[in-house]
Design a protein around this ligand. Structure first.
Ligand code: NAD
Length: 297
């Protein structure tokens, strides 16, 4: 079991995840380029470091939770990066959403240094990070998975071994691509129904007891007023932003191009979310696609 844990990337997700590690009794050393993010954690009992290398110097396991690919590569390989000081057998857990190929590249580099590595992206948003109920999708050896599980369980309620390196990322991208497609489909059907004269609640009820039912129709309906406590009923505030969805769809698109997989609906979903962002709705929840399709009244 690891006692000395490091954490790099203390943003919307990582800040809460690091706090949960502290609460569960880990000695924690943290770094973020944003000094306020670091001081929030040091006030809660963590040690602050000046760069990723200082984190790896004192930790047996380091979790990273960064915006995207280049940040992850910088934190690992840059000047004063994790790999410049990680000791043999240190376990590096990469939880940012990057796609499978970045993880595979990092796994090759870490192996050369005798350092253990897994990819472990998450599903569940900021609230799940706060409540410690994230799902971790893990790619890597069974041995490293079992080691990582002891730490990941402190931040999540499900830790699933998806296969070899990169397969956590692959699972994450496939799920989110399907989520985008099913959200757009739900929005499209509910918009059409209303234009044809149906009441949205009646139609949602029919869908949810018929073959069209999906998570987006049942638990995250994009039409305001059908469900309480979902972003569509709160002016599409909070939730999972259109920018993050477009990012994940872009990663799915690049990954698909690399393996020559045909993803017509995934590609279209990517373009739809990019158009929503281009029209100024980057801060809205991804269920905003319903308003985008409906247009102005
Ligand atoms: P965020 O932008 O809030 O946080 C990222 C943090 O990394 C910031 O504090 C930033 O200062 C820091 N950072 C950037 N470059 C750095 C560097 N070189 N060294 C150290 N720190 C650096 O992002 P987030 O919402 O916490 O998301 C993190 C990752 O989790 C992303 O890959 C995202 O796709 C994924 N994710 C997010 C959600 C969500 O709902 N927010 C859900 C699932 C997965």
């Amino acid at each position: 079991c690891f006692s000395r844990v490091g954490f790099v990337g203390l943003g919307n997700m990582g800040g809460h995840m690091a706090r949960n590690l502290l609460k569960k009794g880990h000695r924690l050393t943290v770094f973020d380029v944003n000094e306020t993010a670091v001081s929030n954690l040091t006030e809660a009992g963590a040690n602050g470091a000046a760069n990723p290398a200082e984190v790896a110097e004192v930790a047996d396991v380091v979790v990273s939770m960064l915006p995207s690919n280049q940040h992850v590569l910088d934190v690992y390989n840059g000047r004063n990066g994790l790999l410049s000081s990680a000791k043999r057998n240190t376990l590096l857990i990469e939880s940012s959403t990057t796609g499978p190929f970045v993880s595979q590249t990092l796994a090759n580099e870490t192996e050369k240094c005798g350092v253990r590595f897994i990819d472990s992206p998450v599903s569940g948003g900021v609230n799940a990070a706060k409540d410690g109920t994230l799902t971790f999708m893990v790619g890597g050896s069974k041995e490293n998975f079992e080691l990582a599980k002891t730490v990941l369980e402190k931040m999540g309620s499900r830790v699933v071994h998806c296969g070899d390196i990169g397969m956590g990322q692959a699972a994450k991208l496939c799920n989110n691509m399907l989520l985008a497609i099913s959200m757009i489909g739900t929005a499209e059907a509910l918009n059409l129904g209303q234009k044809l004269g149906l009441d949205a609640k009646v139609l949602a009820d029919i869908v949810n007891s018929s073959t069209g039912k999906c998570w987006s129709s049942e638990l995250y309906n994009p039409v305001p007023g059908i469900l309480d406590n979902v972003p569509s009923s709160k002016n599409y505030e909070g939730g999972f932003g259109t920018t993050l969805m477009a990012k994940d769809l872009g990663l799915a698109q690049s990954a698909a191009a690399k393996v020559e997989a045909t993803i017509p609906l995934g590609s279209l979903a990517h373009q739809i979310y990019r158009a929503i962002i281009a029209q100024g709705f980057s801060k809205k929840d991804f269920s905003f696609v319903y308003q985008f399709l409906k247009g102005q009244e």
